[in-house]
Ligand binder design. Structure first.
Ligand SMILES: Cc1ncc(COP(=O)(O)O)c(C=O)c1O
Length: 397
């Protein structure tokens, strides 16, 4: 056996990708699988962004870009933060990376030392906890409930803070719950952070444009906190550009420089053609993003109506992103005569094998009673998938 590093034992591969892989394998065997496990818009990238990329190729933007990103892109990100979030940043505060996932990896590795505690409200995106483990930090889960709208409350937050707390990490809109924090809710959390000057906050805002309840709010807006907040955002979700791999942070110059140093060794920076296309995406109007969100709103409604017809699925109506995250524990301990469902992993596998629909078990998000289903799929597929799920669940008793 070849010797591999112990680092590999510290973290798991993303459950989201694992499920998608299983679905693909089943599809390759000729089964009609409907994918509700994936976290990406099913739309194509808008034409004007594709045209900008083609032009960038013809204009020979083929050399290594500066590690933190081209100056015009960093300027465009500052302009976007001013336009959409009324936040003032300079290009030196911005680091462009190969997807928001790399932005998160850079930031966590730049901040977290061995034994440092990182508070993460559940349910959280699968990658957060694993990146903290890679950095040898300690994940402190802050359990939230459907009844509380899957949001952490200030007193709960404060009760988890210790002398080792280094970072608070959350997303709004949230993957997987769809929770969106209001300005007042963020202000209440900000007031706690203002009492603890050593704690930094990563605010993952990648689903900013996919918001069903109103204006997006960032925790960076509060007086005295901005320098300790690292905004993570990117083009994957709002512009249907998952494969282009472009994310960024807006942070203090200290954190930005630390991320640039790490990135200089890891990747040398994000793809040059993608960066040039990103300038156009961020500086033209948001009509295509708004249209996508309108369509997600329609599909959310279809999904909620269909889920409402299935006994035992307790579901929170998402305020943003494109997932529903129902509590499925009603089905634990049931069987179709062959397969016993004991947990959310069994539930997900049962739906894959019986209904041929992929989903992601809640354990991966720190909520073992729930399962995540995407509605970033066509209305026809959503209807077909939920009819199959209803039929499969009706066999369980
Ligand atoms: C909450 C959250 N943050 C970050 C990412 C990563 O996005 P990117 O494609 O830009 O790496 C995802 C993707 O699923 C996500 O759901």
């Amino acid at each position: 056996m070849q010797h591999l590093s112990t680092l590999l034992n510290r973290f798991a591969e993303p459950e989201t990708l694992k499920m998608t892989k299983l679905g693909r394998e089943l599809r390759a065997r000729g089964v009609d699988v409907i994918d509700l496990s994936l976290g990406e818009p099913d739309f194509d990238t808008p034409q004007h962004i594709k045209d900008a990329a083609k032009k960038a190729i013809d204009d020979n933007w083929s050399h290594y870009p500066p590690v933190p990103g081209y100056p015009d892109l960093r300027e465009a990100i500052c302009a976007k933060l001013k336009r959409d979030n009324q936040l003032e940043y300079k290009p030196e505060n911005i680091v462009v990376s190969t997807g928001a996932k790399q932005s998160l990896a850079n930031t966590i590795l730049a901040i977290v030392d061995e034994g440092d505690e990182v508070i993460i409200p559940t349910p959280y995106w699968v990658t957060y906890s694993e990146l903290v483990k890679i950095a040898r930090g300690k994940v402190v889960e802050a359990h939230t409930t459907m009844e509380s709208g899957f949001k952490i409350k200030p007193d709960q937050l404060e009760s988890l803070i210790t002398s080792r707390t280094r970072l608070f990490l959350f997303s709004s809109p949230c993957n997987p719950s769809g929770a969106v924090y209001s300005k007042e809710e963020l202000k209440d959390l900000a007031e706690v952070f203002l009492k603890y000057q050593d704690i930094l906050v990563i605010s993952d805002e990648i689903y900013e444009y996919i918001n069903f309840v109103g204006k997006h709010e960032s925790i960076a807006q509060f007086e005295g906190l901005k320098d300790r907040v690292i905004i993570v955002n990117g083009l994957s979700k709002g512009f249907a550009m998952t494969g282009w791999r472009l994310g960024y942070i807006a942070a203090s110059t200290e954190v930005a420089k630390a991320c640039e140093k790490l990135q200089g060794q890891f990747t040398s920076g994000a793809n040059s053609i993608t960066q040039k296309a990103a300038v156009v995406a961020l500086t033209t109007d948001l009509k295509p993003s708004r249209k996508m969100t309108e369509e997600f709103t329609r599909r959310k409604k279809i999904t909620m109506d269909l889920v409402g017809q299935i006994p035992g699925l307790k579901c929170f109506e998402p305020e943003g992103a494109f997932y529903i995250f129902p509590d499925v524990s009603f089905y634990f301990g049931t069987s179709d005569g062959q397969t016993l469902i004991n947990n959310s992993a069994d539930f997900s596998m049962y739906l894959l094998n019986t209904a041929h629909v992929t989903s992601v078990m809640g354990d991966a998000f720190g909520e073992p009673n729930c399962v995540r289903f995407s509605f970033a799929n066509s209305a026809v597929n959503i209807q077909k998938a939920w009819a199959r799920i209803k039929h499969a669940l009706a066999k369980l008793s």
